[in-house]
Design a protein around this ligand. Structure first.
Ligand SMILES: Cc1ncc(COP(=O)(O)O)c(C=O)c1O
Length: 394
């Protein structure tokens, strides 16, 4: 007798398809048919981590004791290293015992904090356009996403009046992400102050995703939400080594901020994972404490690419803005297309993978995101192919 196993739990059916997985599917089909794809789709840095970080991992892996399960909350030296890095970088002291929690990449913590903080039926305020995991985490926890719009005209900062309209008795959480993927916007202290006031008035937890904290240009430095007076009372922040030190596959990130919130997240994690590989933790300590200059050099590579690519796009008539942070270009597309059509066109006619703005939310429609995670030569080739498409760009 055949027994059919149903694998579609209701919460899975409610999830929108994970955008990057869908793009990857289209890309794989093109590769299989022999196209030389230039992948500007996924935010996966192509540069190598600092040499000392790799050495540190290899050295630590030789230790016989390194191959056991690690502590759920990371080795104390790692939490100390992050606290030191954080204080040096933002001037805010955090307690490594109770205000810092290592994560298996920041995405893991971003996804899991919904389980420790929201209940079915609760509402979560989410930026649109925004990183899709905020929506996925909300849905998986049985909560309801409520989107607030980030507008180009307002530098992609939240409009407090709109938040006031959206907030309800059931609202438990608000997401922010600066430097922003996909919009490349940076936040200012005044905005964070308004958000702290709003969060206090409504009893809402603010989660600030700062995965791109160190990818900023032209002398601009990103600020932490915890630098705001009262920020730690109402907020937690998510940090990542993936972009700063080009370690996306290593899976190291941190949650930092309100001790009660950190404790609850740790409780969820204790039940779901068993910590980070100890040599990876040792290497992460090296990155945090010894690799400031390396991180700057990596960022400089993205800056050179940014300058070259933006100039090239403008030369062919596509008037894209010069981003002040992240390694993305967030560009308005010609009005004859929607963003999925446009990305399909770029893939079919030029072999270039980009991410349609609509994948980041309805208000991302009309835009495309291009990731500067390929070499100068590949960017030049992309420019050449775009030029040959003979499109009226702007
Ligand atoms: C806005 C944003 N937040 C978080 C992440 C997750 O990064 P990781 O899990 O590698 O730390 C990403 C990855 O692309 C991102 O773009």
């Amino acid at each position: 007798m055949n027994i059919e196993i149903e694998t579609n739990a209701a919460r899975i059916q409610q999830l929108p398809p994970y955008l990057f997985a869908r793009i990857d599917e289209i890309k794989q089909r093109a590769i299989a048919s022999g196209v030389d794809i230039i992948d500007l789709g996924v935010g996966d840095p192509d540069l190598s981590p600092p040499r000392s970080v790799i050495d540190s991992l290899m050295h630590a892996a030789e230790d016989k004791g390194a191959h056991h399960y690690s502590s759920y909350v990371g080795i104390p030296e790692l939490r100390d290293a992050f606290a030191k890095w954080f204080e040096k970088r933002f001037g805010v002291a955090v307690d490594p015992e109770c205000e810092v929690l290592p994560l298996l990449g920041s995405k893991e913590g971003i996804g899991h904090i919904f389980l420790s903080h929201v209940d079915p039926g609760d509402e979560v305020l989410i930026p649109d356009p925004g990183y899709p995991v905020y929506t996925a985490g909300t849905i998986l926890a049985g909560a309801l996403p409520r989107y607030f719009r980030l507008r180009h005209e307002s530098d992609y900062l939240p409009d407090i009046d709109e938040l006031e309209d959206l907030v309800s008795y059931n609202t438990r959480m608000l997401w922010l992400n600066y430097p922003s993927n996909p919009t490349t916007a940076m936040a200012d202290m005044e905005t964070f102050q308004k958000i702290v006031k709003f969060a206090k008035e409504h009893g809402i937890l603010v989660c600030h995703d700062m995965a791109y904290s160190e990818i900023t240009y032209d002398g601009k430095a990103a600020i932490s939400f915890l630098q705001t007076a009262g920020g730690k009372e109402v907020g937690v922040e998510f940090h990542s080594l993936s972009k700063t030190f080009c370690m996306p596959g290593w899976r190291v990130g941190f949650a930092v901020g309100n001790a009660e919130v950190i404790k609850a997240l740790a409780k969820v994690k204790t039940n779901l994972d068993s910590g980070i590989f100890i040599p990876v933790q040792k290497a992460a300590i090296t990155a945090l404490l010894e690799c400031e200059e390396d991180a700057k050099k990596l960022c400089d590579v993205f800056k050179t690419r940014r300058n070259r690519f933006v100039e090239g796009l403008r030369d062919i008539g596509w008037n894209v803005p010069l981003p002040s942070s992240t390694f993305y270009i967030w560009a308005k597309i010609p009005s004859d297309y929607d963003s999925m059509e446009f990305c399909t066109l770029l893939l079919e006619k030029a072999g270039i993978v980009c991410t349609p703005g609509v994948g980041f939310g309805n208000f991302g429609e009309g835009f495309v995101r291009m990731s500067l995670t390929v070499s100068d030569e590949r960017l030049d080739l992309a420019l050449n192919r775009l030029k040959n498409m003979n499109i009226t760009w702007s």
